[in-house]
Design a protein around this ligand. Structure first.
Ligand SMILES: [Zn+2]
Length: 618
């Protein structure tokens, strides 16, 4: 099975899961009032009690028709395109609206966005789009989705809104967008729901978690986070506030799971800063640092180290320039006077040991600055021995080969290449196991809904929760499109679902197509090639004027294989004539041609190309 069919198969083959159900009959409102929390520790000897409890939950009827619904629309079976919906009565708020970069096999696809059919059908109910932070897997869908939903207000921190503005305005239709900056710890009302943002540490500054207070209980969404006691910019996470939320009572915690399989703690950004400072101090020649352009804290620190060592910083790469621009405007990057310089051809004259080039391309992306440098195709930068190149990143899964090939090209210039394998020049923005456990202890949620990540990551998050004393039934492993319902006491997956297809953004026309024939065709063509058969027929009688002409691409060169060519022509002609005589409709004629020619090619070269019969009336 090829990668693409694997990918399709994965969507179809999802093993049915045991429906999750709740573990207690005590109401969350009572819980909030009393400040009591639910701890369900599976002691030995409690098995029987648990079994009885499970049966009771199965028989539980929701006490009211007015249920709270949590719907993960996307981001639960992949890393990317995060989007969740919380619905109560006539009101809905969404959390995040991201994009996902294509998986192997999604040929020619630029990116994928969430399926918002359900929201489009209930447009009038969508009262707010809440965004946790400015990464593309959280904001990248907005430029396509906002117009479809009639521009509901979008909320986020100052930097998040700055990043959104930059991204969505590439689509002029978004001039109508209603973007609102939110302050941490200042709750605001969205109909009957109260929303409050709180600060989180992540790899982009001004990141947030969100609490949505509903009449049936509080829902906390973690956003992307780690606990960093010494972050590059901003404050450490507010533990007191998290504990306060826990005391207030958390009905459901939607917690990110990206690093749930990784033990220990995520390294602090301070350690990375120390390493970079060291490299910058010791390097004799020019330094080129490639990193993610949204790592504004790290960029800010590099600018300070440059200043300390009397170097100037030149920036290359569009996203790096854009983000530095936004970061400086909003005060997250504070360049010492004169450090930031325009990159121009004459910069080559600036003394190498006084220069740092900060660029994109740490993932070896085709058109990125560092990749162009490695290919000798960068307009302004030529490598020379003595240069030091730092890849201040880790390759994202799927990019490993491209990064290795780029590194090999770089090394051929006689430069020094430093990666995270040598010294600590990068750290993740996502909580590892010990941090995930700490968060669960602080919030003490009644239910955990692991979000962000593939099934195995969310499953690992579930295991951690059980390890620290949560009951299996308190953890809901949902899939995209699931409806999780609650009456404030019990929470469980409903049998019904909302649409959750992949919506593909394909090329400059920004066409969107559901998993469509287009991509299947591309895959077949990539692996088996294409055959075009042209039939010239009399426009009155429909009779063939000459033998069909055949051409192929990506198969074998048919003209060089006379035997196969003539057999194909023969089969095509026979198929056309038999169906024509039978006065079959043109679709049927074409199908018969495809079948007949396909059979010949399969027999002779064991390939199954796309076959395109074209009938020209003359
Ligand atoms: Zn993120």
């Amino acid at each position: 099975m090829n990668k693409f069919s694997n990918w399709i198969q994965r969507k179809a083959d999802k093993a049915p899961e045991k429906p999750s159900s709740g573990s207690t009959r005590q109401s969350s409102r009572r819980q909030r009032k009393s400040g009591k929390k639910h701890h369900h520790r599976p002691h030995s000897g409690q098995q029987h009690a648990h079994a009885e409890q499970h049966q009771a939950q199965k028989n539980h009827r929701f006490k009211s028709d007015k249920l709270l619904k949590i719907m993960p629309m996307a981001g639960l079976e992949e890393v990317g395109k995060n989007m969740n919906v919380i619905e109560y009565g006539h009101e809905m708020v969404t959390i995040d609206c991201g994009l996902q970069f294509p998986e192997p096999g999604m040929l020619g696809i630029d990116y994928v966005i969430p399926d918002t059919t359900y929201l489009e059908q209930n447009k009038q109910k969508v009262k707010a789009m809440l965004i946790t932070h400015g990464h593309l897997d959280h904001i990248g869908g907005l430029r396509h989705i906002l117009p479809k939903l009639g521009f509901p207000p979008v909320y986020g921190s100052a930097l998040t809104i700055g990043m959104i503005e930059k991204h969505i305005m590439e689509n002029k239709a978004n001039a109508k967008a209603d973007l609102r900056v939110v302050e941490n710890g200042k709750p605001f009302q969205v109909g009957s729901l109260e929303v409050e943002y709180f600060a989180q540490n992540h790899s982009i500054p001004d990141s947030n978690g969100i609490v949505v207070r509903t009449p049936l209980g509080n829902i906390v969404h973690s956003g992307d986070y780690k606990f960093d006691f010494t972050p590059a910019v901003g404050e450490c996470a507010d533990f007191q506030n998290l504990a306060r939320l826990g005391t207030e009572g958390v009905l459901a915690f939607m917690g990110e799971s990206t690093n749930a399989t990784k033990p220990g703690y995520t390294m602090s950004e301070k350690k990375v800063a120390q390493t970079l400072e060291n490299i910058i101090e010791k390097a004799k020649g020019r330094i080129i640092i490639a990193s993610f352009s949204s790592l504004m804290g790290r960029i800010h620190q590099i600018l300070q180290f440059a200043h300390q060592t009397d170097r100037k910083v030149f920036i290359s790469g569009r996203s790096m320039m854009n983000n530095v621009d936004i970061g400086v405007k909003l005060g997250f990057i504070k360049p010492p006077k004169g450090v930031l310089q325009q990159l121009r051809r004459n910069n080559q004259n600036h003394p190498a040991h006084k220069s740092i080039i900060l660029c994109t391309g740490s993932q070896g992306e085709g058109l990125s600055a560092l990749n162009r440098i490695s290919l000798g195709e960068h307009a302004d930068i030529r490598l020379k021995p003595g240069d030091t190149i730092v890849l201040s990143s880790n390759p994202i899964i799927g990019n490993e080969k491209a990064v290795v090939q780029m590194m090999d090209r770089l090394l051929r210039y006689g430069v020094k290449v430093i990666t995270n394998e040598h010294v600590d020049v990068h750290t993740s923005g996502h909580a590892r196991q010990e941090e995930l456990k700490l968060m669960l202890k602080l919030l003490s949620p009644r239910y955990l809904i692991p979000v962000h990540g593939e099934y195995h990551m969310r499953h690992a998050h579930k295991d951690l929760a059980i390890e620290i004393g949560m009951d299996e039934n308190q953890i809901i492993l949902a899939d995209n499109g699931d409806i999780i319902e609650s009456d404030g006491e019990l929470m469980r997956r409903s049998k019904s679902k909302i649409p959750a297809n992949n919506i593909f953004i394909d090329g400059s026309r920004e066409g969107e197509a559901h998993l469509s024939k287009v991509m299947l065709d591309r895959q077949v063509m990539a692996e088996n090639g294409a055959v075009i058969i042209v039939f010239r027929v009399n426009q009155d009688t429909g009779k063939l004027i000459a033998s069909p002409g055949i051409d192929s691409r990506g198969l074998i060169y048919l003209q060089d294989s006379p035997e196969i060519y003539s057999k194909c022509v023969e089969a095509a002609q026979k198929a056309y004539e038999s169906k024509h005589q039978a006065k079959a409709p043109s679709e049927e004629v074409k199908l018969e041609i495809k079948r007949a020619v396909g059979k010949v090619i399969m027999q002779m070269v064991s390939r199954n190309p796309i076959i395109m019969p074209i009938i020209v009336k003359v």
